[in-house]
Design a protein around this ligand. Sequence first.
Ligand code: SF4
Length: 918
Amino acid sequence: MNESERKTDMEEKQDEGEGPVKFPFPFPPYPIQEDFMKHLYEALDGGKIGIFESPTGTGKSLSLICGALKWLTDHEKQKQVELEALMEQQQSEAHEQSNGTTQSSGAPDWVMEFESKRDQMEKTTKLMEEREKKLKREAKLDKLKNDLRQRSSFKRKRLSTTDETVGLDKELDDKDKRQGAGDAPPGEEDDVDDHLVADYHSDGDSAESEEDEEKDEIDEPEEITKIFYCSRTHSQLSQFVHEVQKSPYHDDVKVVTLGSRQNLCINEAVKKLRSMTLINDRCLEMQSKKKPAAKKDDDSTTKPKRKRSKQSLKACPHFSQGQLSLYKDRVAVEVMDMEQLGKVGKELKACPYYGTRYAVPNAQLVVLPYNILLHKSTRKACRINLKGNIVIIDEAHNLIETICNVHSVEVTGAQLCRAHSQLSQYMQKFKSRLLAKNLMYIKQLLQILSSWVRQLGGRTDSAPDSQKLSGSGSTSVFTINNFLFETQMDNINLFKLQRYCQKSQISRKLNGFVERYQPLSVKVHQPEKPKGSGMTQFLHQISKRDQAPSQNQPPTPDKSGDDETHVFSSPLMHIEGFLLALTNANKDGRVVVNKKELVSQCSLRFQLLNPAVHFTDVVKEARAIIVAGGTMQPVEDFKHQLFVCTGVQPERILEFSCGHVIPPEHLLPISLSKGPTGLELDFTYQHRDLPQMMDEVGRILVNISNIVPGGVVCFFPSYDYEKQIYQYWESHGVLTRLGHRKKIYREPRKANQVDQVLGQYSATIEKACSGCTLSGLNGAMLFCVVGGKMSEGINFSDNLGRCIVMVGLPYANIKSPELKEKMDYLNANMPQINGRSAGQVHYDNLCMKAVNQSIGRAIRHKGDYASMLLLDHRYTRPSIRSKLPAWISERLQVASRFGPAFASINKFFVDKRPDKLE
Ligand code: SF4
């Protein structure tokens, strides 16, 4: 029976008269939560792609957890029932055979029957073995859980600590002693050979050989259906884990959270390096010290023949099979957030970063950041197999942009020159000892680096920060093929070169070489940190050294943390990322060449145009995918750019948008076309700078500041426009008039000042709302920028945001070469949507997503209330209104004049006065 023929569990239960599925929930769920869980269950069971929208404050996380885990529990039960039935059938057939009750047919039939029975037998044996394994493992984990409970109960009773060291701790201590016994004396100094790339003979190695190398010795368990839940930030992931801990499933579900080394490393010497790049580099470097070079067959590409000498940097003491195995089991018996994972790691002296990765095969719910899910090699390194499993992507409103950013990469002129300088000196040093193939590829890399620097208008023989370019800067965009042609790379096999870089680990070798020889001979120019080069970080993460060692290494002092130059010494790593990006199909990306005043400031940026290329595997492998968020509208982008163009049939896509928990009278959204003097509100580029337009917005704000209590948050389309209008109002007395009722605050440009401004803003409101001010102030007003630091992740709940004003429509600059390329790409590759070109729809959607994120900052819980004022006549257009979240558009009042809008707002807040509510 295939997936589409199978009735969902929910349908079957309803057919059987069992009534609707009941979802365990920590308290009686709201109807919208029930509705959410039912649709989620249906989507998971039917193998669908679900686009779920649930505004903040409606308990989305809990609904996701309880809906998805209910499905998982039912699914596991169903699997168990099927297994029991199959085994029963097999046993009865075997019994019949032994009693001679089955008929043998002629030879061909008999052969077929035999084969089919053999297959069935094999399947049953496998299933039985799996069941056995599972039961054994469950028993082991139950024992561990009981031990832990007993230990914490002992602690509560304040029993002697000597009792507590029996068992696990003792086992660990014994292990430590055993490891300690094997301590090797500290090495003296790196041998120069450590920096020499291994001999490179052939390009023909299959990808499988690399995979083999990555296998470790920890047991792979039976197949477990998994839910992969991912979100954007570590704090969002931690919040989700806390919700799981509060859910009815907290005691039964096996959860593991994956994070970066920066979050999970417990080696103090490494952790204190602080920068992600430094921590990754140092950890990988330490792992590499404990492993002999890989042995290969005769046809292998790497043949480490040279003798390696003593090593100065020792392996991390928290990285050993035994400790990691204990950690893996410990993680399986308790739901832990990132902090708890670190604590247990310290307790067990096991690395949480690797320990959590080893725990993935046993987990039912894997909680992970976007970056791991969206990058194939990182998924592989983290042992993530999506096949037949569920993927839930939360906070997914910017998923397309995130995928594009993760796979876009930028290299600066400074990095190119520095890589060239380092690599040429590396070649000089080892020239006589490198095999011809190695030399050939290193020369190719040098040739490419020179050519790219020339493309930027510079030379590699002098420092990039001393080379000035004429003109004030320019941006040009190339297709991949044109860029390769322009830079004379069209005759170079990029796939082979990229494979060479990966297998020889040239950038890491170069890094070690620079670290050792930099004070003596290598000229290092500090590069600028590249913007948005997520790929570089992945290259660190996916290093094939992310594997278990062949033997435990003793804990020894290392020299971590003494050398900040590490962060500046891996330019080739960035360049490898750029090379990899150039292997994309010609139509799927563009190369943007940015020229600035100095060569060091110029850059080459690879821009991914087609996010589907890197999402297709996820769509194909996962059983069902849920993309969820507070404001998912407009959803056309998701449907077309991520799903329809990866071959998903429209009927497989399920859209669900739930209402808000607040009563209708708690929200007043108004779109306003004209200001108090009757001037049409038009904030297009042509009109928004007109003095009368800025005056009109000023009048609107002065008027509403009299009737809106508490905080008014006013969003402007850009920092420049906010600055311009602020200066205008300052010189025309508008700010003074506003200041009679509201204290004015402005969003700072520096991220580290945001907390301070927010603190002052909320303190003013608190004071004003509690009547502690005699100055006549009734609250504060905050000027923010769409897409700025306060338009996402900050909640203006209750008095902090009683009115959100959106000035104009924050359309991106249509003249931006990157945006133009993206729109052209969509127009050429996507069908029209509702009679409009895909590029134009994308342009509108970018703008409306930003609007929705900003206005969604207000109303954060059931008892909250707020008004929203959308200033621009274009908000009255159906095509724009339809892109607002349903819970806003359903209540939107379209006002063509200011008077009635003002009256509505006034009434809204009068009705909310405590005396009225009573
Ligand atoms: S193995 Fe773990 S604890 Fe040790 S340095 Fe690496 S990340 Fe840190």
